[in-house]
Design a protein around this ligand. Structure first.
Ligand code: ADP
Ligand code: ASP
Ligand code: MG
Length: 470
């Protein structure tokens, strides 16, 4: 059987000409026909495009010119730096210029509109990946490797939730196989845009920030690949964010569930949806470092490394607000809860965590901060409309983070909660909301964001996630 690997390169692994050539050298180690490459925008480009969109929206397209000229300089430097012959240089320059003109025209449309058009937003932010595939394919060709750039809007079909679209796997599978199989049979390496797809009507969508990881596992699912490798700027999934904990260690093996929990609770190294497509087909995912390709990295598969339950990592999800709803009146605890959920459903607001104490009808929920006021107003309004609950009090506490302690089976570890909370007590940190036992793979609690670093540091030490000789 033909073996196939999907490999994805993130923005930090494509930051400049040298990094792009480094990625091409890694890809060159594989046999054309047996690998599909997925690439993100060059580091910082998506942020620049988002800034250009907002500037145009507020002050017109002229105000976005500095961003566009930054991008132009960045791409010109790569084109000049790659060892291409004259014809290839001219062709690449023309393709990048065509993209830039299309971006400018989309920004003109942004200027002309009088509402926040999510379709246009997705179109504008898609240009980073669309430029990257051209550069990486050219870098491969410069090394004599047959490669072709492809936009995933031709491959991945999504729903129309612009900005955070969901793939429709059945339809995507058909398209992916139809387009990519003949290319692979011709022993050519397809270089595919991460992050984007298109609706059934062909309108470009994006799958959410950081979603090129997700693209790679969608491709693995649809093409029945044997393996996914996510190439990034760290040696794998680590015991904590290495930017916060400098002696964090690389974890050699994780289960799908452990990886999914870590990514949901803020470990940026993986997009939260990444594991979903591969779990179903048991396809292993490796996380490796483009700066240190020989390092083993992390293997994520059906079974992690440990036979016994142990804490593997600690992580935090910030940017949350806590809404407390103090119940009053004659409404039952259940009706009270139903009203809160109705209010949030109506606004399509995701609940990160919810707790209720039935005795006094008090409910506490965590939501993302950017929707907290909308959520609180909507709940308060429903309560006022309800005579029985009209004296309820709704309060918002901003700047909250969730800390997650993650490891398969830790729900049954005797003394785990005690260890966690004595570590917090030593640092004088108060936990506001605790969830333990509802998942087999984690213990989570909320704290003030200001306490986040101390909490993670204390827990990392308490669970000896640091190698003994460090
Ligand atoms: P890419 O550009 O390759 O997609 P990202 O910046 O999205 O890379 O993800 C890699 C970053 O994730 C690392 O540089 C690191 O700072 C951060 N990170 C956060 N938590 C973890 C963790 N537990 N393990 C490894 N990296 C983490
Ligand atoms: N370029 C996109 C982003 O910055 C997707 C990705 O990097 O995975 O969010
Ligand atoms: Mg990423």
């Amino acid at each position: 059987m033909q073996r196939l690997e999907i490999m994805k390169f993130g923005g930090s692994s494509l930051a400049d000409t040298a990094r792009i050539e480094g990625a091409a050298t890694i890809i060159a180690g594989y046999t054309p026909g047996k690998v599909v490459v997925v690439v993100s925008a060059m580091g910082g480009v998506t942020d620049t495009l988002i800034a250009a969109f907002h500037k145009t929206r507020e002050h017109g397209v002229k105000a976005a010119h500095p961003y566009l000229s930054d991008l132009r300089d960045k791409y010109a430097a790569v084109i000049d730096g790659l060892p291409l012959d004259e014809a290839a240089t001219t062709e690449l320059r023309q393709h990048i210029d065509t993209l830039e003109s299309a971006l400018q025209s989309d920004l003109q449309d942004v200027e002309a509109m009088d509402f926040d058009d999510k379709r246009l937003y997705d179109r504008v932010v898609s240009y980073g990946e669309r430029a990257s595939v051209l550069l990486v394919a050219a870098a491969l060709q410069a090394q004599g490797i047959p490669a072709v750039s492809i936009e995933a809007s031709e491959l991945i079909v999504t729903n129309a939730r612009f900005g955070d679209a969901e793939p429709i796997l059945g339809a995507s599978r058909q398209k992916l196989q139809g387009v990519l199989t003949p290319i692979l049979e011709d022993a050519i390496i397809p270089v595919v845009t991460g992050f984007i797809g298109a609706t059934v009507h062909g309108e470009i969508t994006t799958l959410g920030r950081g979603a090129s990881d997700y693209t790679s596992t969608i491709l693995a699912f649809c093409l029945d690949a044997d393996k996914v490798t996510i190439w990034t700027d760290v040696t794998g999934v680590m015991t904590a964010d290495p930017r916060v904990i400098h002696d964090a260690q690389t974890i050699s093996a994780l289960s799908y569930e452990e990886a999914a929990e870590l990514s949901f609770y803020g470990a940026k190294v993986l997009h939260p949806m990444t594991m979903l497509p591969v779990v179903q087909k048991n396809i292993p995912v490796y996380i490796k470092n483009t700066f240190e390709p020989a390092a083993k990295g992390t293997k994520i598969a059906a079974r992690g490394s440990s036979k016994t339950a142990t804490v593997k990592a600690v992580t935090t999800l910030r940017g949350l607000s806590m809404i407390t709803i103090r119940g009053a009146g004659a409404t039952s605890a259940l009706q009270h809860l139903a009203k809160i959920i109705d209010a949030l459903l109506e606004k399509n607001i995701e609940i990160i965590t919810l707790q209720q104490s039935s005795s006094d009808h008090n409910t506490v929920i965590l939501v993302r901060s950017y929707v907290a006021d909308e959520a609180a107003n909507s709940i308060a309004k429903l309560m006022i409309d309800d005579v029985a609950a009209e004296h309820s009090v709704v309060r918002v506490v901003p700047d909250v983070s969730i800390v997650a302690v993650v490891g398969d089976g830790i729900h049954a570890l005797p003394g785990l909660a005690g260890q966690v909370f004595s570590s917090l007590a030593v640092s004088g940190i108060e936990a506001m909301m605790i969830a333990y036992g509802s998942s087999k793979h984690n213990l989570t609690f909320a704290i003030k964001t200001a306490d986040e670093h101390n909490a993670i540091r204390g827990l990392h030490q308490a669970f000896q996630l640091v190698a003994e000789d460090t």
